[in-house]
Design a protein around this ligand. Structure first.
Ligand code: FMN
Length: 184
């Protein structure tokens, strides 16, 4: 059984709530990037010891937050040694607009994982895209490459669609299930 860690940054709490749902599904620990773009003491070691890293960032200006990018750039020290090679990686993001260019954020997280020689786990939940589909149905926003969530710009973190949180939890369950097939 490998350890799953949910690494995330959140400016205003939405991505934090999503991260909690992913972690609940995965049975994983949370690791937050702080407002200055730094990990807590021991954070790098936690990531290196993990079998799977699920990365989350809000979508800011069509990509990850600067705090997440600071972490990503700092991970170049790990990249030099390829110490994270063959880990499982997965990603999630949250934005205000229905589209909001969340795919760009997921693509960035994917690219970072590939630079580290990782293996990417997809969302794995079929989209609810029929005429009868409702906003809180599974994967209503229709992402394949990672979990996504959306709440209007004037909705606080306490006012997020429960369906997105349920999809995030299912995503965490999937990453844990895939991870369980790998021995650390
Ligand atoms: C600097 C900044 C840039 C943003 N850029 C986008 C964007 O490109 N697309 C979008 O849909 N929402 C954008 N938003 C809205 C956030 O994605 C949205 O409020 C999200 O829920 C914030 O997540 P957080 O609470 O985890 O920080 C932006 C917000 C900020 C503060």
């Amino acid at each position: 059984m490998t350890t799953v860690v949910v690494l995330y940054h959140s400016g205003y709490g939405h991505t934090q709530r999503m991260a909690q749902a992913v972690a609940d599904g995965a049975g994983a620990d949370l690791l937050a990037i702080d407002a200055d773009g730094n990990l807590p003491e021991g954070g790098w070691d936690t990531l290196t010891a993990a079998g799977a890293i699920i990365m989350g960032s809000p979508t800011y200006m069509g990509s990850v937050s600067w705090q997440f990018k600071k972490f990503a750039d700092a991970s170049s020290k790990i990249w030099y040694t390829q110490a994270w090679k063959d880990k499982l990686f997965a990603g999630f993001t949250h934005s205000a607009a229905i589209n909001g260019d969340k795919s760009s954020t997921l693509n960035y997280l994917f690219t970072l994982a590939m630079q580290h020689g990782g293996l990417w786990v997809s969302q794995g939940v079929m989209p609810s895209n029929s005429k009868a589909a409702q906003r809180n149905d599974p994967n209503y926003l229709g992402s394949y490459s990672g979990a996504i969530g959306q709440a209007p710009s004037d909705a606080g973190a306490g006012d997020m669609p429960p369906g997105d949180l349920a999809s995030a939890r299912a995503f965490g369950e999937r990453v844990a299930a895939v991870s369980a097939r790998f021995k650390s």
